[in-house]
Design a protein around this ligand. Structure first.
Ligand SMILES: [Zn+2]
Length: 99
């Protein structure tokens, strides 16, 4: 109790993570000694400059974090949706999801 964990915002995946070397790679050039992007985002090289995520849709973001291709994410999603829609109670499920 009482141990304050400082959080550091990753501008790439938009998450607040503990500002430790467990989540962020060390970088002496940074004032806090840690990279501005988290380890997950650092490991994946998109070739795009950080912070310009407007062309990144949610599928690409999830694919990157899971180490899948965007195609696989979409294909998995679509096949799961097809299975769900085929279920007799699918209309109830989707009605509930829409609130
Ligand atoms: Zn990140």
């Amino acid at each position: 109790m009482g141990r304050v964990v400082r959080l550091k915002h990753c501008g790439v995946c938009d998450r607040d993570l503990p500002a430790t070397s467990e989540y962020f790679q060390r970088n002496r050039a940074q004032c806090d000694g840690l990279q501005t992007r988290c380890k997950v985002c650092s490991h994946v090289r998109t070739g795009r400059p950080a912070g310009r995520g407007s062309s990144d849709d949610i599928e690409s973001q999830i694919a990157r974090e899971l180490g899948m291709s965007r195609h696989d994410v979409v294909a998995t999603l679509e096949s799961a949706l097809l299975k769900l829609r085929a279920h007799p109670l699918a209309h109830v499920l989707f009605r509930n999801l829409e609130g």
